[in-house]
Design a protein around this ligand. Structure first.
Ligand SMILES: NC(=O)c1ccc[n+]([C@@H]2O[C@H](COP(=O)([O-])OP(=O)(O)OC[C@H]3O[C@@H](n4cnc5c(N)ncnc54)[C@H](O)[C@@H]3O)[C@@H](O)[C@H]2O)c1
Length: 250
C-alpha cells in the first residue's frame, strides 16, 4: 500500500455493509484505488446493484455477519491474503430508553453491531497475523461518544465498539495489525431510524434538533475509513476518530 494515488494496488479488503451507504462508498473508493474488494451485505439485491454500477475488482458475497455460515463464505471468498477489514454493517434501534427495550431489538442490535463485528474480526485476524500486517477499521458512531444520540441498545453497542477497537489495537498492534474506529455523526444513507418510544422522542428530540452538524455524504466517511485502512495511517492504532462535522467538540 505505498503508491499515493493507488494506495490499495494488489490488496484485498473486506467491507461489510457494502450494499448501501457508508459501506458502499467505502467499497467504491477502494475499487477506484485498484483494491480487490470483498463486498459483503445481507442484501443480494443491493450487492447486484453495486456490481452493476461500479467498475473494479469487486467480489460480492451475500452474507449475514451474525451467521457462522456467512462468516465462512466471506473467508472463502477472501482467500489467503487480507490486507484490510472495514466493519461497516450496522443497524439502528428505535430510540428506546432502557425500560422500553424489547428483547428482540436488544438482541439484534447487539448481534449485528457488536457480536458480528467481533466474530468476523476473530476469523480474519489469523490471516493478517500470518503475514504480520493488516488494518481493521470499525464503524462506531457519535452515539458511542455520548448518551444523547440514539436509544439505549444502539448507544450501548457503539460504546462497546470503541472498547472492542482499543482492546484489539492493544493486543495486536505489536504484531503489525492496527485497529481503529470512526465515529460518524449524521450521514445521508438508507439506515432506518424510526422513533418507537414517546419518551425517547420527547427526551432526545431537543438534542437531535439543536447542535447537530449538517448531514454528511457517505463519501466523506469513506475517505476517513480508507485513510485508516491505508499505510498513510501506519502510526495510527487504537484511535476513535470522530468524523462528525465537529459534533463531538460541542
Ligand atoms: N447514517 C448515519 O447517520 C450513521 C451515523 C453514525 C453511525 N453510522 C453507522 O454506519 C454504519 C453504516 O450505516 P449506514 O448509515 O451506511 O447504513 P445503511 O443501512 O445505508 O447501510 C448498511 C448496510 O449494512 C447491511 N447490513 C445490515 N445488517 C447486516 C448484517 N447482519 N450482515 C451484513 N450486512 C448487513 C444493510 O443491508 C445495508 O446495506 C453502521 O454501523 C451505522 O451504525 C451511521
Amino acid at each position: 500500500m505505498t503508491h499515493y494515488a493507488h494506495r490499495f494496488s494488489g490488496c484485498t479488503v473486506i467491507v461489510t455493509g457494502a450494499g448501501a451507504g457508508i459501506g458502499r462508498a467505502t467499497a467504491e473508493r477502494l475499487a477506484a484505488e485498484e483494491c480487490r474488494v470483498i463486498a459483503v451485505d445481507v442484501s443480494a439485491e443491493r450487492l447486484s446493484a453495486l456490481s452493476a454500477e461500479v467498475d473494479g475488482d469487486i467480489v460480492a458475497v451475500t452474507a449475514d455477519i451474525t451467521d457462522p455460515d456467512g462468516i465462512g463464505a466471506i473467508l472463502a471468498a477472501a482467500g489467503s491474503r487480507v490486507d484490510g477489514l472495514a466493519n461497516v454493517a450496522g443497524i439502528m434501534d428505535g430510540f428506546e430508553p432502557t425500560a422500553e427495550i424489547a428483547d428482540s431489538t436488544w438482541d439484534r442490535v447487539l448481534a449485528v453491531n457488536l457480536t458480528g463485528m467481533m466474530k468476523l474480526t476473530r476469523a480474519v485476524l489469523p490471516i493478517m497475523l500470518g503475514r504480520g500486517s493488516g488494518s481493521i477499521v470499525n464503524v462506531g458512531s457519535e452515539a458511542g461518544l455520548r448518551g444523547s444520540a440514539a436509544g439505549t441498545p444502539y448507544t450501548t453497542s457503539k460504546h462497546a465498539v470503541n472498547g472492542f477497537t482499543v482492546s484489539t489495537a492493544f493486543f495486536y498492534t505489536p504484531k503489525g495489525v492496527r485497529c481503529n474506529a470512526v465515529a460518524p455523526g449524521p450521514v445521508a444513507t438508507s439506515i432506518e431510524a424510526p422513533f418507537r418510544s414517546e419518551w425517547g422522542q420527547t427526551r432526545l428530540g431537543p438534542f437531535l434538533q439543536t447542535n447537530v452538524p449538517p448531514v454528511a455524504r457517505p463519501e466523506e466517511l469513506a475517505a476517513a475509513i480508507t485513510w485508516l485502512l491505508s499505510d498513510d495511517a501506519s502510526n495510527v492504532s487504537g484511535a476513535i476518530l470522530a468524523v462528525d462535522g465537529g459534533w463531538a467538540a460541542i
